[in-house]
Write a protein that binds this ligand. Structure first.
Ligand SMILES: Cc1cc2nc3c(=O)[nH]c(=O)nc-3n(C[C@H](O)[C@H](O)[C@H](O)COP(=O)(O)OP(=O)(O)OC[C@H]3O[C@@H](n4cnc5c(N)ncnc54)[C@H](O)[C@@H]3O)c2cc1C
Length: 387
């Protein structure tokens, strides 16, 4: 690690490239350690997937991956803390709430899958209750007769990820963080492979001894700056929003729901309409919405809830997940470089893993080590050696 610049001059201690959830939470956690980074953002804060995700925090994610499952619990706890601290600091309610959810089985095969899921998720202390088809419809009468049964959980938190990202940045700005508008186009180095800042597209140079790359699906651009392969690619995800009931019409969900066999998920939000998602499409950096995706999502959701067909569509969004080579994020120092860190490639779980990622990077910069075990996520497994 390069020493932190604490001379109080205009130069930053750390530059964070990208103002999505990972960059803004990293900025916030760094300020908790007395470090004041600059955030450089090419577009608008939270203009990427962080501003338009479903915001579901997935305690059951990565149960089969020991490198990530321990961090899943930690990040869940950090989200609980942020739900207390950030609104108190900034006055922004980021919509954290613990909702109920039914994972439904639509086939006999799905029942077996769900039973297995229930055992494994139950073993980590989560309350998971098996319900027959009839019982599921007592929880929510709109669940269709096509649903064989389901596993009910009353501990499925979600957030408004746009508000969370904005709130983290606001808290960071209150502690002295600055935001620069511009697209980073290269890393500056004081000597071979020692970072000294970044260069922007318009030629501006911003100096700091530590640079954190939190560019989401655009992180692959840094391969040319670092002379290292960075296998991150964009995956488009589309969501449809359904308005709450009006005169008895609408989705009227008492619980969120998904089919264990795949297809749409319906997620209840506290501050916005019900979210139906999501597609997974490899179409480069195209962020257009499509009618075919809307129809496909609603058709699949209508197999879960009979109210979808009469629901009023209140919105549709498309954004890009940052997908890594092995579906795990890259979190840690870039091999062969001094003072360059990567925190990108979270795929469909960046909101969930945002806090632990940001806290780990903060530990690496402030203390030279992360208090959380991120060894399985070391960028060295894919990023390097020189191309
Ligand atoms: C449809 C959909 C639903 C999702 N639902 C969930 C969910 O329920 N739960 C969950 O945990 N995750 C979910 N995700 C995933 C989550 O949204 C992402 O993993 C997360 O937002 C990634 O955050 P990020 O900060 O890495 O990237 P981004 O949010 O993409 O931010 C990167 C930022 O970097 C900026 N940037 C890029 N290049 C440069 C440059 N050269 N110079 C300066 N700035 C630059 C961009 O403009 C952007 O603002 C979902 C994703 C999608 C698409």
């Amino acid at each position: 690690m390069n020493p932190i610049n604490t001379n109080g001059s205009d130069s930053a201690d750390v530059i964070i490239v990208g103002g999505g959830i990972i960059g803004c939470l990293t900025a916030y956690y760094l300020t908790q350690r007395g470090i004041k980074p600059i955030v450089v953002e090419a577009d608008a804060i939270a203009s990427g997937a962080s501003g338009t995700s479903a915001g579901w925090l997935t305690p059951s994610s990565h149960m089969d991956d020991p490198g990530l499952s321990a961090l899943s619990d930690t990040t869940y706890r950090l989200h609980e803390e942020l739900a207390e601290t950030l609104p108190a600091l900034t006055g922004i309610d980021h919509g954290y709430w613990i909702s109920s959810y039914v994972r439904c089985a639509m086939t006999e095969g799905g029942v077996a899958l769900l039973r297995d899921f229930q055992t494994r998720r139950g073993s980590d202390g989560a309350a998971m209750e098996w319900l027959s088809g009839e019982e599921v419809r007592r929880v929510n009468p709109w669940i269709t007769a096509e649903v064989f049964g389901g596993v009910f959980s009353d501990r499925e938190p979600n957030v408004d990820s746009y508000r969370l990202t904005m709130s983290a940045l606001q808290a960071a700005e209150m502690a002295g963080v600055r935001v620069i508008s511009g697209r980073v186009s290269g890393i500056l180095s004081s000597s071979s492979d020692v970072a000294s800042g970044v260069r922007l597209e318009d030629g501006t140079e911003v100096h700091a001894d530590n640079v954190v790359l939190t560019m989401g699906p655009w992180a692959g651009e840094a391969a040319a700056w670092l002379d290292r392969p960075i296998p991150i690619r964009p995956q488009r995800g589309q969501l449809v929003y359904l308005a709450p009931p009006e005169d008895g019409e609408g989705p009227g969900l008492e619980v969120g729901m998904t089919a264990i066999e795949g297809g749409s998920s319906m997620i209840q939000k506290r501050l916005t309409d019900t979210v139906v998602g999501a597609t997974s499409e490899f179409v480069g950096f195209d962020r257009s919405i499509t009618t075919s995706a809307r129809d496909e999502l609603l058709l699949s959701a209508s197999k879960l809830s009979s109210r979808v067909e009469t629901a009023r569509i209140s919105g549709q969004t498309a954004c890009l997940r940052p997908v890594s080579g092995d579906d795990r994020p890259y979190i840690g120092p870039i091999p062969g470089w001094e003072g360059v860190y990567m925190a990108s490639g979270h795929g469909g779980h960046g909101i969930h893993y945002g806090p632990v990622t940001a806290a780990a990077i903060t530990g690496l910069i402030a203390d030279g080590a992360s208090e959380y075990d991120i060894s399985a996520l070391d960028p060295a497994r894919a990023v390097g050696p020189a191309t």
